[in-house]
Design a binder for this molecule. Structure first.
Ligand code: HEC
Ligand SMILES: [Cu+2]
Length: 350
């Protein structure tokens, strides 16, 4: 009975571990299923030392077990002392040389990949996105294209896209686990790396540097589309005219309220250098509100009425006159119809 119970415990423990690990494997948010160049190289560098260390562990455990059994105190031989081998030069040499060799085997590809991933030789021929990390949202300014987005960044599949990153406040860190390793985003000293995605789709990004109370909500998406779709998206964004009259009266009223309530001071609609708050040009195309909540009208109303509840410490709270739920609903109508493009996270697979 005891043996059965023991096995049951082990099995349930293993089950729990499997359950726990499966949560780490959320599709498009895992470094263990790479969909881009940087992530692939990083996984290679995770696997190599893991394999080496596992082999070392197994060998050491075998030797350890053999020693335990072979040299245990035996009945009738309590006083026997096994042969003492300390200071044995051959042994000392072997266990000094083997770890050095193993470290070299790990170090060589690590150094090669590090230089490879930091290579920026073709940056000036590639698409460049100037990224700003803010408490608690990401801003993306497409170099030379007159397009700014927030929360979602669109890139063409297969191409190297360079991210030139600065922070407007504290240190953040940009991480898209399925596409690449992470890189710090500092208030000074621009850091640059590139993303190169192998497959179309929507990949989740995270801030990977504790930056304040809503750090864990500082999510964003990388929308990877075909080159044609990307060109289409660029054209759609560039052709978008913020002056276009919304189709419904509620949205027209919402727009007036958006202007009256000072929202416009921080939120640009259309291409603009203003980046105090997220650019809302393609707000209606997003699948998440403020990077984190579901994009529903109710959530938008809640956000406008009291953003503090959704994202503590955010930089919008208290910066505009208080807005009633009715007015917030009209503003939400206006914002939700801002849909300049057919190319969206949904059309790309999420
Ligand atoms: C002082 C500048 C400021 C003002 C004024 C302001 N906001 Fe914001 N807003 C922000 C910032 C900063 C964020 C990002 C908050 C975060 O995610 O941490 C934000 C986020 C948002 C978002 C979510 C955007 C997204 O990409 O999902 C919406 C919607 C929004 N604000 C609407 C409004 C409305 C409506 C008003 C006027 C009633 C307003 N804001 C006034 C700064 C401002
Ligand atoms: Cu951050």
């Amino acid at each position: 009975m005891k043996g059965w119970m023991g096995r049951f415990k082990v099995l349930s423990l293993l089950g729990l571990v499997a359950l726990f690990l499966s949560a780490c494997g959320r599709e498009n948010l895992t470094a263990l299923n790479p969909k881009g160049y940087g992530a692939e190289k990083s996984l290679d560098l995770i696997i190599l030392p893991t394999v080496i260390m596992t082999v070392v562990l197994v060998i050491v455990m075998v030797i350890f077990t053999v020693a335990l059994i072979k040299f245990r105190k035996k009945k009738g031989q309590e006083d026997v002392i096994p042969k003492q081998v300390e200071g044995n030069q051959t042994l000392e040499t072997i266990w000094t040389v083997i770890p050095i060799l193993l470290l070299i085997v790990i170090a060589v590809p690590t150094v090669i990949y590090t230089f490879d991933l930091a290579d920026e030789a073709d940056a000036s021929d590639s698409l460049n996105v100037n990224v700003t990390g803010n408490q608690y949202w990401w801003h993306f300014d497409y170099d030379g294209l007159d397009i700014q987005t927030s929360q979602d960044v669109y890139i063409p599949v297969g191409e190297k896209v360079y991210f030139n990153m600065l922070s407007s406040d504290v240190i953040h860190s940009l991480w898209v686990p399925a596409l690449s390793g992470k890189l710090d985003v500092n208030p000074e000293n621009e850091n640059t790396f590139y993303l190169q995605a192998y497959e179309e789709g929507v990949y989740w990004g995270k801030c990977a540097e504790l930056c304040g109370p809503s750090h864990s909500l500082m999510d964003f998406k990388v929308v990877v589309v075909s080159q044609e779709e990307f060109d289409q998206w660029v054209a759609d964004m560039q052709n978008f005219d913020p002056e276009t009259e919304p189709e419904t009266q509620t949205a027209v009223d919402g727009r007036a309220l958006f202007e009256e309530n000072n929202c416009i001071a921080c939120h640009a609609i259309g291409s603009s250098p203003v980046a105090v708050g997220p650019n809302l040009t393609n707000f209606g195309d997003r699948t998440k509100l403020a990077g984190t909540a579901d994009m529903t009208k109710e959530n938008i109303i809640q956000w406008i009425v009291n953003p503090e509840e959704m994202k503590p410490g955010n930089k919008m709270t208290g910066m505009y006159p208080s807005v009633s739920e009715e007015d917030a609903a009209l503003i939400a109508e206006y914002l939700l119809q801002l849909r300049p493009s057919e190319i969206t996270p949904e059309s790309a697979g999420n």
